[in-house]
Design a protein around this ligand. Structure first.
Ligand SMILES: [Zn+2]
Length: 339
């Protein structure tokens, strides 16, 4: 299955946790957690349209200003989601600057928070000095963002405070039937990228596509091309950070990571420091491995290791492998990846 996503986690095991997903077809990106963003090129940060913040501890939310500075002059809407009381945190951060010169700037931040029952929305417009405007309150059943090509859902985990865990699901993948392509007198080529993109964006059937035919370029509608592709299961990626090891959290984490192709999960402490993990409402590496295995994840990457284990990160990876009991590929790398 060809990858449609560029995936980047934190740059190292001790860095602030985050997950950056860029869609190859549209160039757009979404971000999970907003800690230190050093290491990202401005052009990559400018692709971000939606940010999902697990909770407002500094290591998950300190990068807001960097993102804001880049988007301030260029972006019309930036959506930011977080757990209960997140809108107060966002408002507090935005009110920490003077905005008398931003009249006419395009940026509107659409902020969302959920307490597990409702989703509250507020907007903060650069033109109005980022003054908070409370908008609607809707019942919430777990979905944060639902688009034609993918959805993001969340669960509220207990970390001594609320912490959102996330599940990203592509709704489908577009696979080309080369036999049908031939029958229509068409040749494969870069035009298929534009075709797939149009399907993923949910363009209407009369949308015209420039295709490559055996007799030269030809323009066809999506309806004409209906037979050249079929849909298959899309990828699932889960992102779980900062959660106490409780039965309630276990159930929710398993829900988030169920049959995931890739699970990013915190492994803050070694099992040897299990007591500390309990006090700080974090998981151990072994537990992270167990949860990945129980959830039926195919691959997992450990993130958010405590800096006390600098130089010993491979021990934590080993502990997670013990926990996973050979049922999940526990990856020791922190570089960008594909699924
Ligand atoms: Zn935390």
């Amino acid at each position: 299955m060809k990858s449609t996503l560029h995936i980047r986690g934190p740059f190292g095991p001790f860095d602030d946790p985050l997950l950056y997903l860029r869609f190859y077809y549209t160039g757009r990106a979404i971000l999970f957690d907003l800690g230190e963003l050093d290491g990202f090129a401005p052009r990559d940060l400018l692709r971000i349209t939606d940010v999902f913040v697990s909770h407002a501890h500094m290591d998950h939310f300190a990068g807001l200003e960097k993102l804001l500075r880049l988007h301030l002059h260029r972006t019309p809407i930036l959506n930011i989601y977080g757990p209960d009381q997140f809108l107060d945190r966002l408002e507090g951060r935005l009110s920490g600057f003077t905005w008398n010169l931003t009249h006419g700037y395009p940026l509107i931040i659409a902020g969302y928070e959920t307490d597990g029952r409702v989703l509250r929305k507020a907007s903060f417009s650069a033109d109005q000095g980022f003054r908070r405007r409370n908008l609607d309150v809707r019942p919430w059943k777990g979905t944060l963002l639902n688009e034609k090509a993918f959805r993001v859902t969340g669960e509220i985990l207990d970390h001594g405070t609320w912490c959102l865990g996330f599940r990203f699901e592509e709704k489908f993948k577009v696979n080309i039937n080369t036999g049908e392509l031939k029958k229509l007198g068409l040749l494969p080529g870069p035009w298929l990228t534009g075709f797939k993109d149009a399907i993923l964006r949910g363009e209407p059937p009369l949308k015209r596509i420039k295709a490559r035919g055996t007799a030269g370029p030809v323009e066809l509608t999506l309806a004409d091309l209906d037979g050249i592709y079929h849909r298959t299961r899309g990828h699932v990626i889960a992102y779980v950070v900062d959660a106490a090891d409780t039965p309630g959290n276990e159930k929710k984490i398993l829900n988030l990571a169920k049959n995931a192709d890739l699970l990013y999960i915190e492994a803050a402490f070694s099992i040897r420091d299990g007591e500390l993990a309990e006090q700080r409402n974090h998981l151990t590496a072994q537990r992270a491995g167990q949860l990945a295995s129980q959830a039926g994840a195919a691959r997992t990457r450990l993130i958010h290791l405590s800096p006390r284990y600098q130089g010993f990160e491979s021990h934590l990876v080993d502990e997670a492998r013990d926990g996973a009991a050979g049922k999940v590929r526990v990856e020791a790398g922190w570089k960008e990846t594909k699924i």
